[in-house]
Design a protein around this ligand. Structure first.
Ligand code: HEC
Ligand code: HEC
Length: 207
């Protein structure tokens, strides 16, 4: 019995250790992020900067890596992505363990529900959301195994913007961005702005 428990723990160890960042070390990296994302990562619509509090560490780390490798934030016309891309490339953020530490620090922020700004037909949105469940979950809670991030709790205006970016090819355009490339065809079912607002109104209702 004890041996099998030890074996199980050893098996699980590499996974649980994978993102074991040090929040104290990450704190020193965060001040530069504060200007746009807010001191507790609450997001700032005036700066087009999304909420970071409440995002899963694996997703934060992956997005930073995408920005660092130009797989996100370099599409023509993507001014906001370019701003963020420049911020992700600071030399101190490229040091081993830096992104894990930063994500661990962001993980200490309170996850407060953002103010809702998008209205739409949530009942129609529920129908449209059916196709999203496989990767984002029936409560939009995110499914790490599908690389689908949590959508609930995010700023609704940001979700609208990102859906448009996937539609316009400003996200999910790079060969190495496997998750983004999977996501792109999924928004083809959202035919117009009304459909986008409807699905986001439904996601809002899941909070
Ligand atoms: C000059 C303003 C600015 C600064 C400073 C900044 N960001 Fe951003 N960040 C943005 C904008 C704007 C976006 C949205 C990009 C888009 O629309 O695709 C963004 C997006 C992100 C995303 C993607 C979130 C998602 O759900 O898609 C992450 C993660 C992120 N920022 C983390 C950080 C971290 C960590 C720092 C500090 C090292 C930082 N940002 C500094 C402006 C900024
Ligand atoms: C096949 C799996 C899959 C399906 C189905 C899917 N997505 Fe995604 N979605 C993803 C992945 C993977 C990402 C992360 C991409 C990345 O890493 O940049 C993502 C990212 C997103 C983002 C960006 C979130 C952020 O914080 O930046 C939004 C918004 C989104 N999806 C909305 C939707 C909606 C709405 C639907 C249904 C119409 C949907 N997705 C269906 C896989 C999927």
């Amino acid at each position: 019995m004890r041996n099998s428990v030890v074996a199980l723990v050893l098996m699980l160890l590499p996974w649980s250790a994978a993102f074991a960042g040090d929040p104290e070390a990450g704190k020193a990296l965060y001040p530069v992020c504060s200007a746009c994302h807010g001191p507790t990562g609450q997001g700032n619509q005036a700066m087009n900067s999304p909420k970071l509090a409440g995002q899963e560490d694996w997703y934060l780390i992956k997005q930073m890596q995408l920005f660092q490798t130009d797989a996100r934030g370099t599409a023509p016309g993507d001014m906001h992505g370019m701003q963020m891309g420049a911020m992700a490339k600071g030399p101190q953020l490229k040091a081993p363990g830096a992104l894990e530490n930063l994500a661990a620090y962001i993980g200490t922020f309170p996850d407060e529900a953002p103010v809702k700004t998008v209205t739409g037909d949530a009942a129609n949105g529920q129908t449209l959301y059916a196709v999203c469940i496989a990767c984002h979950g029936d409560k939009a809670q995110g499914i790490e195994a599908m690389a689908g991030p949590r959508l609930t709790g995010q700023n609704d205006w940001y979700i609208v913007n990102q859906i448009k970016k996937f539609k316009e090819g400003q996200r999910g355009y790079h060969d190495s961005d496997i998750g983004g490339r999977q996501m792109r065809p999924m928004v083809a079912t959202l035919l117009d702005d009304k459909a986008i607002n409807d699905v986001v109104a439904y996601i809002n209702s899941l909070q």
